[in-house]
Design a protein around this ligand. Structure first.
Ligand SMILES: [Mn+2]
Length: 432
């Protein structure tokens, strides 16, 4: 329990008391079903309860598109208010104990004070995110034509120094990773020399990696397109993998589910990066057409499950160096961001729980027997199991809510914040 709970604990206790009997009945029934499949309920519950997914600080503000943004009531106006909203998500779901900050949007005046404020809310800090895809006021040189890969050495140096500043802030906050996503690329054929731009990317990253504190990791995030609409410097997992190998041991690849062409087999990309020892982590979200940044599990829950099947498989085989970081990265344009983040964190947890149910011995036999239909049936048996009661119990055990959405709406948190936080101009939600 945090020192400063944002939702009144007796309210949660009362909410859970009203739902506990039904949960126990559902859990008992599920336990019987799973016992017939030789799955032990208690160890499953423990593993599911141990899953952690970081929240992006920019996710608690209403996002937007390049057309418009429709702010919601009571939006957080600074990093302290963002943490408060993140704390609601964690208190009710028990899945999101860390926050991933974006600099300069969340740059603190006093990092120590911010760290203490987060700790009081029961939160810590995950990977830091640099921002060289826009020009903050007063910046000497522009990123209009690129940052870490810019043709001008002085612009590259400015971008490198910004990344190092993010590391310094992160060090004071207790973070241990830096995620680098750059918008660098071209909008016109001929605009960029592909090979030279990639060389400059690696050269700049080497300088950043060389300055990282011990134990820090550097996540390289690839993206197919946008805002560069013709060519992006780090455009796919293969480029990202090669760059990571050139940069050094600290570097690995971050897979943002939305940063691929439609219908790409992302679970296989995940398997490849695991096999090559360079899977750094994830930005979970969902998409229908492009980098839509829709809520995790809202469009392709089966894909999310298949991704987790690869992750569980690697964990169970103890693949050396396998330790991916899990983060959400979504843009909430029409929903209450707290509700979307709670639902998404639970969808990630649900996909994980279902992946744990896969009968791996039987799957391996089906593969060895070339029994394609049975292999799919084994996956579907796990995917079609309703693991909701397991997730509910995991939340209840962590003093979270059995039904987070119902409790959040009943708590009146957003209505209170709408009064406490009159709308401020600007804001720093975005899509990355
Ligand atoms: Mn991302």
């Amino acid at each position: 329990m945090p020192d400063r709970p944002v939702i009144d604990p007796p309210l949660i206790a009362q909410h859970n008391d009203q739902r506990a009997a039904a949960m126990v009945t559902d859990l008992s029934h599920l336990g019987e079903q799973l016992a017939r499949r030789d799955v032990e309920l208690e160890s499953l519950c423990e593993r599911v309860g141990a899953l952690e997914v970081a929240i992006p600080s920019w996710g608690v503000g209403t996002g937007g598109t390049r057309f418009a943004r429709f702010p919601g009531p009571g939006e957080p106006r600074n990093v302290y208010e963002k943490l408060e909203d993140c704390a609601v998500v964690h208190q009710l779901t028990g899945v999101t104990p860390r926050v991933s900050l974006h600099i300069p949007w969340d740059a603190p005046d006093d990092a120590g004070e911010l760290r203490d404020a987060a700790a009081a809310l029961g939160l810590g800090f995950d990977a830091m995110n640099s921002n060289t895809f826009q020009d903050p006021p007063g910046q000497a040189l522009s990123y209009r034509f690129g940052s870490l890969t810019h043709v001008d050495r002085a612009v590259r140096q400015q971008a490198i120094e910004h990344n190092l500043e993010c590391v310094e802030i992160g060090r004071a906050l207790g973070s241990q990773a830096l995620t680098v996503w750059i918008a660098d690329g071209g909008n016109f054929p001929g605009q960029l020399h592909f090979r030279r731009a990639l060389d400059r990317y690696v050269e700049s990253l080497r300088e950043i990696a060389g300055a990282l504190p011990d134990g820090w990791r550097l996540f390289l995030e690839h993206k197919l397109y946008e805002p560069a609409f013709y060519s992006t410097v780090n455009n796919d997992w293969g480029t990202s993998y090669w760059a990571a190998t050139q940069v050094g041991e600290q570097a690995s690849c971050l897979v943002d589910l939305g940063h691929h062409a439609p219908n790409v087999n992302i679970e296989m990309i995940v398997a490849r990066l695991i096999q090559l020892g360079r899977l750094g982590g994830f930005h979970f979200n969902d998409s229908k057409y492009g980098d839509d940044d829709l809520d995790s599990g809202s469009i392709q829950p089966f894909q999310l499950f298949l991704v987790f099947c690869e992750l569980v498989d690697a964990a169970e085989e103890s693949v050396p160096g396998f330790d991916p970081a899990y983060m959400l990265d979504q843009s909430h344009n029409i929903t209450d961001p707290i509700e979307s983040l709670m639902a998404s964190a639970m969808e990630v947890q649900r996909a994980y729980a279902k992946a744990l149910l896969v009968d791996r011995v039987a799957l391996s036999q089906a593969q060895d027997n070339n029994d394609a239909l049975m292999a799919l049936e084994i996956l579907k048996a796990a995917f079609n199991t309703d693991v909701g009661p397991i997730l509910a119990q995991a939340r209840a055990r962590q003093s979270g809510a059995i039904d987070p959405l119902a409790l959040y709406r009943a708590s009146g948190y957003r209505q209170r914040k709408a009064v406490e936080r009159p709308a401020a101009a600007g804001g720093s939600a975005g899509i990355v």
